[in-house]
Design a protein around this ligand. Structure first.
Ligand SMILES: [Zn+2]
Length: 268
């Protein structure tokens, strides 16, 4: 939090530490602090810019530069171009959702700070407060709003994971994915705070329900399926991802029917 808000807050605390404010004074100072906080917080315009930077970079990497091929191996450029409008819409949807989350969070944090402020002033006894460390009081009051920028960046990063997952899903569907292998970053990155259930799932293969290979009778029915549980990046700060498979030949033989095994031999 910048010097301006802090100075204003400390001025109010000093002023009223000797004698509590009247209702009118409390209202006036709350409004002043509110205005100062609003000026300090990232504006909706700045938030949109942050999101366009972070999510736009991911979009360029995954879609325009074809980075999605890491998640959908052997994907054709043609497939990516064909589903591009849907991918664009996904980018816009993510920017919109993230901007909304950040705006709501900001309003909540400002509300919490103002509540702490009026709470502290209202608790001053008629003769003044014995509290002398007003700097610490100010820090305590400003704690919720001090987090806002950090939280906005966190939302942007989280929405980036969700965007990458959604792009890969749309492309995989366009390419006719029949199965996928779950990957948890925690497998290689010990610093990553992995969810135990996700780590346990890592490296395992799941079938896509009602895929063309199932309908053609190449794959055994019964799963397990990719939609049996939450999707990668669905939970907060989850950076797990699917490695999508499009060819029956990529599946273990135990998942194939007799017809499927014949099909794989024929395709080889
Ligand atoms: Zn995860």
């Amino acid at each position: 939090m910048t010097v301006r808000v802090r100075a204003l807050l400390q001025e109010a605390l000093r002023l009223f530490s000797e004698a509590p404010p009247s209702d009118a004074q409390l209202q006036e100072w709350t409004m002043r602090l509110h205005a100062a906080l609003e000026q300090e917080m990232p504006s909706d315009e700045e938030t949109r810019k942050l999101l366009k930077d972070v999510l736009g970079t991911i979009y360029v990497r995954e879609v325009e530069r074809g980075g999605v091929a890491k998640r959908v191996p052997d994907v054709l450029r043609y497939t990516i171009d064909r589903v591009a409008p849907e991918l664009r819409a996904e980018l816009d949807r993510r920017i919109f959702a993230a901007a909304d989350l950040i705006r709501l969070n900001k309003a909540e944090r400002v509300g919490q700070t103002l509540k702490r402020f009026s709470g502290w002033l209202s608790s001053i006894p008629p003769g003044g407060t014995a509290e002398t460390d007003l700097r610490s009081v100010a820090s305590e009051i400003l704690k919720p709003t001090a987090q806002v920028k950090f939280e906005a960046r966190r939302v942007a990063i989280d929405q980036g994971h969700k965007l990458s997952a959604a792009v890969a899903h749309v492309v995989a569907r366009g390419e006719g994915a029949i199965a996928a292998i779950w990957h948890d970053r925690g497998e290689h990155d010990r610093g990553y705070d992995a969810r135990p259930e996700h780590l346990k799932r890592s490296g395992k293969l799941f079938l896509v329900r009602d895929s063309w290979a199932t309908k053609d009778g190449l794959v055994r029915p019964g799963g397990p399926y990719t939609d049996d549980f939450e999707q990668p990046a669905e939970f907060p700060m989850c950076s797990c991802w699917w490695e999508w498979q499009t060819q029956p030949g990529a599946l273990p033989e135990t998942l194939l029917t007799a017809k499927g095994r014949e099909w794989v031999k024929g395709a080889a």
